[in-house]
Write a protein that binds this ligand. Structure first.
Ligand code: SF4
Length: 367
């Protein structure tokens, strides 16, 4: 074989190696799944989409069952264990869907979901029954109807692009959507929820960043769960967004075995602040089907939040929240530091170190 033929064959091999892995057989061949589990994992993949990008594969330690990246993206037979309390629509999107692609739960804001695919599929995904190949994007008519809905509802101040992952859209398509939103006078804020900067950072190109910048103020909420996700390429992608003047927040799901210890979360939140991303929400795991092995108890979550409150700078603190099943919205779930009001009108308040104090204190200067 001549040198150039050899080079082009190697280049082709490298391209193959850098492809997103979607088949259980390929996971087995690459040492990312156990051959003896192939059949059961095929059954998992029949129900829940499987994909892992090359950037994420690079972060997995093959053969380590406790690997925090592998746990999040590699299918597991535990997903076939469905608990009675689990739901196909765990946060209740469906009752708030007036037209395809819109979820309108709160008066001043709504979700616009133009796409139902992601570069990789999280094994704990709260929309796992809806995302994946098959129902890829809204058709142009469906998108026009969704935008007409936004236009008709003048109380909508904020449009939240979600999905799927909206940053998987080609920049030109994304620009079409952001331009259409910018033309709606009452919409002042465009919020984009994405995991692309950690899953597939190469997609955050100058053209994509440009598509996000427009007349409507854009905010990005980055979904990230473990400090290992913040690879050098992910950091560069985040910097490209922040340098373009787009403010970034983060969302993290509390996941058993992945990040359910205060030290891991502390490292993640500190690093995010250094990268100019403000930690926003720490989500209690949703009741999505086949995800029971990821959920912690609320008490464990509160204990972690309490430790974070003690150890971590205020700017690195997210709010620990629960999305109430049935579509009733999201609320902070503590822990609470404030006791009930006593007969004397005073309360007991706990400080971050766990010491109790009376408020208002007795014996102030005014008596
Ligand atoms: S990126 Fe979001 S929507 Fe996509 S699989 Fe992960 S959790 Fe689900």
């Amino acid at each position: 074989m001549g040198a150039s033929a050899y080079e082009s064959e190697r280049a082709e091999e490298r391209r193959e190696e850098r492809k997103t892995v979607r088949q259980v057989g390929d996971l087995v061949d690459r040492g990312l799944a156990d051959r003896s589990e192939r059949e059961v994992l095929e059954r998992v993949a029949e129900r829940f989409s499987v994909a892992i990008t090359p950037d994420l594969v690079d972060l997995v330690t093959p053969g380590d069952p406790a690997d925090p990246i592998g746990l999040q993206f590699l299918p597991s037979k535990r997903e076939l264990r469905i608990l009675p309390e689990e739901r196909v629509d765990p946060i209740g999107d469906d009752p708030h869907t007036p037209v395809k692609g819109i979820t309108h739960r709160y008066p001043d804001r709504l979700l616009l979901k133009p796409v139902h695919v992601c570069p990789a599929y999280c094994r704990f995904c709260f929309r796992r029954e809806k995302v994946g190949p098959g129902s890829e994007v809204l058709s142009s008519d469906e998108l026009a109807a969704a935008l007409a809905y936004v236009r008709r509802h003048e109380q909508v101040w904020e449009v939240i692009l979600s999905g799927g992952d909206p940053l998987i859209l080609p920049p030109r398509k994304l620009a079409e959507i952001t331009r259409a939103i910018a033309a709606i006078d009452h919409v002042k804020v465009l919020r984009v929820h994405t995991r692309v900067p950690v899953m597939d950072p190469g997609r955050i190109t100058a053209e994509l960043v440009e598509a996000l910048r427009g007349r409507t103020t854009a905010w990005i909420v980055l979904h990230t769960n473990h400090p290992r996700e913040l690879s050098p390429r992910a950091r560069e992608a985040i910097a490209r967004l922040v340098d373009a003047g787009i403010p970034l927040l983060s969302q993290t799901v509390l996941l058993r075995g992945v990040n359910d210890d205060a030290k891991t979360l502390e490292a993640l939140f500190r690093e995010l602040v250094v990268l100019r991303v403000k930690p926003y929400y720490l989500h209690h795991g949703d009741l999505a089907v086949g995800t029971g092995h990821f959920r912690t108890s609320i008490e464990d979550g509160q204990a972690i939040a309490r430790t974070l409150r003690r150890e971590l700078s205020g700017i690195a603190q997210p709010t620990y929240v629960l999305d109430i099943p049935g579509g009733y919205g999201k609320v902070p779930i503590g822990p609470s530091y404030l006791g009930p009001e006593g007969e004397d009108g005073r309360r007991v308040v706990e400080d971050p170190a766990g010491r109790e104090h009376v408020y208002p204190p007795r014996g102030g200067d005014g008596r």
